[in-house]
Design a protein around this ligand. Structure first.
Ligand code: SF4
Length: 387
């Protein structure tokens, strides 16, 4: 029980949400034409030491805001974090552990690109304290990998998975569907092959054209909307048949292997965001804040600290909460709204009723859970919670 008595619209926590840490390493060998992440083509040698120093200074600036709290997970994402040496990752994780206690079973994930994965390097990350690796595979079809501008081949992807499994017992594969010229059979083949490796987690994203990307300016021939919907269904069927639980729009896990770090986002937990362009969210006894950093690595390293912090207006919290929670196939327990927004559940009662009336939420008073229709028409469902 974390929410306490307060005036209407007033945020009040008696217990703060779980805390995670995200560290962004923003460099890649080459920029993929579909990518809108804050990632920058590596020019010369990476300023690993300088950048890790900046991350640690950034963390130190945040410590007064998270005094006495423990980290439930760490996610080192990018960009291509596997461009950083195991020694740099070790230095970063040691610095985090020295400043903020980790829960005993904390999940520590590092994203790796099959084009930069080597057995020795992966073992080095393991030695540094990483206990989960997430591989950006995207496809096992060489033509599709080429069309996506990836730096690895299908065989390199297969080898990287085997090496990752030799070093880690918790491995995620990122796949994409709806690729240029892709047929349903090809999409099925990719997913079936990914599942055959017996990893613990699979993420399958539909390729979308995002502004500020090469694909947005020069769109490749993508499959139609209906064909992509069939591909999503095929992913769901194949993953279920392989014993995976579909727990979020794009995420599938073996029992007990859901990604704790991402679950924390979807359950509106708190997180520190370190690194160029990283975002964070922190709750205090009477408010919820967001913080954001310089996007350009050089500027970030020069400033190494929060560039912008804003308090989320209480009236925006219900929508922000739902934007995350309604991605979860099983939704969330109803009391989680109070616990994670600091607002009384009564502020959304009418909206919950309206969404249930439209058949977009299940008629379960103990859970906030989208119906199948609600998941298909997620935007319509979210609209209900807009202020
Ligand atoms: S490797 Fe990943 S982060 Fe880097 S450009 Fe490609 S999609 Fe973006």
């Amino acid at each position: 029980m974390s929410a306490v008595l307060r005036a209407p619209g007033e945020v009040r926590f008696s217990a703060l949400p779980p805390l995670a840490l995200y560290a962004h390493l923003p460099w890649c060998v080459r920029k993929c034409p579909y990518c809108d992440f804050n990632s920058h083509e590596r020019a010369d040698a990476l300023p690993e030491r300088e950048y890790v120093d900046a991350l640690v200074a950034d963390l130190e600036g945040l410590l007064p805001s998270v005094w006495g709290r423990r980290l439930r997970s760490i996610f080192i994402g990018g960009g291509t974090p596997s461009l950083f040496s195991p020694e740099s990752i070790d230095r970063l994780l040691a610095a985090v552990r020295a400043r903020l206690p980790l829960e005993p079973d904390a999940e520590v994930t590092l994203e790796a690109n099959p084009g930069t994965a080597e057995a020795g390097r992966l073992r080095g990350y393991r030695g540094a304290g990483v206990n989960r690796v997430s591989l950006g595979i995207q496809s096992f079809n060489d033509k599709k990998l080429l069309a996506l501008g990836r730096i690895h081949s299908a065989d390199e992807a297969r080898r990287a998975i085997e090496m990752a499994q030799a070093a880690f017992d918790n491995v995620n594969l990122d796949l994409m569907y709806g690729l240029p010229g892709q047929t349903l059979a090809e999409a099925r083949q990719d997913v079936a092959e990914g599942l055959r490796f017996g990893t613990t987690h699979l993420s399958a994203y539909q390729l979308t054209l995002e502004p500020n990307t090469v694909f947005y300016r020069k769109p490749p021939p993508l499959p139609e909307h209906d064909a992509c919907a069939d591909m999503q269904l095929a992913v769901e069927e194949l993953a279920a048949a392989a014993g995976f639980e579909h727990y979020e729009t794009s995420a599938f896990a073996r029992p007990g292997r859901r990604c704790r770090h991402n679950l924390n986002y979807w359950e509106f937990g708190d997180y520190l965001g370190l690194g160029a362009g990283a975002h964070g969210k922190l709750s205090f006894a009477d408010r919820v804040t967001r913080h954001e950093r310089h996007k350009q690595p050089r500027e970030y390293m020069a400033s190494a600290g929060t560039v912008q912090e804003k308090v989320i207006a209480p009236r925006e919290l219900p929508f922000e909460f739902m934007l995350n929670a309604l991605r979860l196939v099983q939704g969330v327990p109803a009391q989680m709204f109070d616990e994670r927004t600091g607002l009384p559940g009564s502020v959304i009662l009418r909206k919950l009723e309206a969404a249930r009336g439209k058949g977009l939420l299940e008629e379960d008073p103990l859970r906030i859970r989208p119906t199948h229709r609600g998941r298909l028409f997620l935007n319509e469902l979210l609209q209900v919670f807009l202020d």
